[in-house]
Ligand binder design. Structure first.
Ligand SMILES: C=CC1=C(C)c2cc3[nH]c(cc4nc(cc5[nH]c(cc1n2)c(C)c5CCC(=O)O)C(CCC(=O)O)=C4C)c(C)c3C=C
Ligand SMILES: [Fe+2]
Ligand SMILES: [Fe+2]
Length: 339
């Protein structure tokens, strides 16, 4: 510390030489109650990356209507999927973090692995501050959204940069913005579908259902739709499926605007009406099972399909903490770990 004897331990700059792989996901309510869901939605839906309506008008609609009605409805849905370990999204992200740390350390990497959530807890800001105190001087950030989209990936970056904009000593930073065509991701998805086909037989149709987005975002330059289509193309190529054997759809609409289509629920209704009564459905945009897969796809869309005359409906789980998924994450971050 030379002449500057008053320097605190925190200012012992030479001591920081730690690389952290930081997984980021969307976040989830802390409890399946109306008030916790309201807190979560208030933060999530106020993000201008998520809802692109002029701020003042949107905040009036959000607080005047949406946050009075939706939290109770959503809380009832969260109650259906809540487990002893809490929200599935949180529990799975924790397991992914632990398994990725084990995997990287087993391969001799001296690296710390942590996670944070874009909305709710553990927050981006608290996590980054803690990592800084623990000596991290290099961050490899992996948002767990396979297909880049501004409402998810860019919003994750906004939160990181908002916190870092208050720091004097920035860490080195690598931000992985998309992995929709990563060979490890594609083969993990294909292997998971193959296992399903081997166990249950080939369905009449494979439905690849992605989280939706307002169609306007596509026309404004968001690549999400094109990345989803590329993921589908690469997966069905590996599986050797003909065009008639699969369909790409979009789920989880919000609000009255036109969203990307075709819509998953309408497609399932049409398939059943056309006599395609045996489907398997996978949601490649979700790296962890959550409300949108476990409630909307596994439960709500099953009912829609069956009520329209469908007979066999199988939801193929997200890649979650499957070994191939963890391998894929390790291979994505490894090029950035060397010091
Ligand atoms: C309001 C607009 C929304 C956009 C645009 C959007 C994009 C988007 N979201 C995900 C991933 C997830 N979304 C989840 C839940 C969820 N999404 C929205 C709205 C938009 N998403 C809402 C209002 C909700 C909350 C649930 C509800 O009240 O209905 C989740 C699950 C969270 C959980 O706790 O389980 C995920 C994951 C992607 C990939 C995406 C990309 C365009
Ligand atoms: Fe969403
Ligand atoms: Fe939903």
């Amino acid at each position: 510390m030379g002449n500057y004897k008053g320097l605190t331990k925190e200012q012992g700059h030479q001591q920081r030489a730690r690389t952290t792989v930081l997984l980021m996901n969307l976040g989830t309510p802390s409890e399946p109650t109306t008030s916790a869901v309201r807190r979560y939605l208030a933060e999530f839906l106020a993000d201008p990356r998520v809802v692109e309506i002029p701020k003042l008008i949107w905040l009036m609609i959000l607080h005047g209507i949406i946050l009075r009605v939706r939290p109770a409805k959503s809380a009832a849905l969260y109650q259906q999927i809540w487990s002893e370990a809490g929200s599935p999204l949180m529990a799975i992200t924790q397991k992914q973090t632990q398994k990725l740390a084990d995997q990287l350390q087993a391969h001799g990497e001296k690296v710390n692995v942590d996670f944070c959530m874009r909305y709710g807890e553990p927050s981006v800001s608290d996590t980054l501050k803690r990592l800084h105190k623990e000596g991290t001087d290099k961050l490899v950030v992996l948002p767990l959204y396979p297909q880049y989209a501004a409402p998810t990936t860019a919003s994750a970056f906004d939160a990181l940069s908002k916190e870092l904009s208050t720091w004097r000593y920035l860490p080195a930073l690598h931000f992985i913005n998309t992995y929709h065509d990563d060979p490890g991701y594609i083969s993990a998805l294909a292997a998971s579908i193959k296992r399903d086909f081997e166990f249950h037989g080939r369905p009449k149709k494979l439905v690849l259902s992605y989280h939706g987005m307002p169609e306007r975002n596509l026309h404004l330059g968001d690549p999400y739709y094109c990345f989803c289509m590329k993921t589908t193309r690469l997966v069905v190529e590996v599986l050797g499926l003909q065009d008639s054997e699969y369909v790409t759809t979009f789920q989880s609409r919000f609000g009255k605007a036109k969203w990307l289509g075709p819509y998953t629920d309408a497609t399932l209704t049409q398939l059943a009406a056309d006599g395609v009564d045996d489907v398997a459905i996978i949601c490649p945009a979700f790296s962890a099972d959550c409300l949108e897969t476990l409630e909307e796809i596994e439960h709500e869309n099953r009912e829609i399909f069956e009520q329209a005359g469908g007979k066999k409906y199988r939801y193929i789980a997200a890649l979650n903490d499957e070994p191939q998924h963890i391998d894929m994450m390790a291979n994505l971050v490894k090029p950035y770990l060397a010091r």
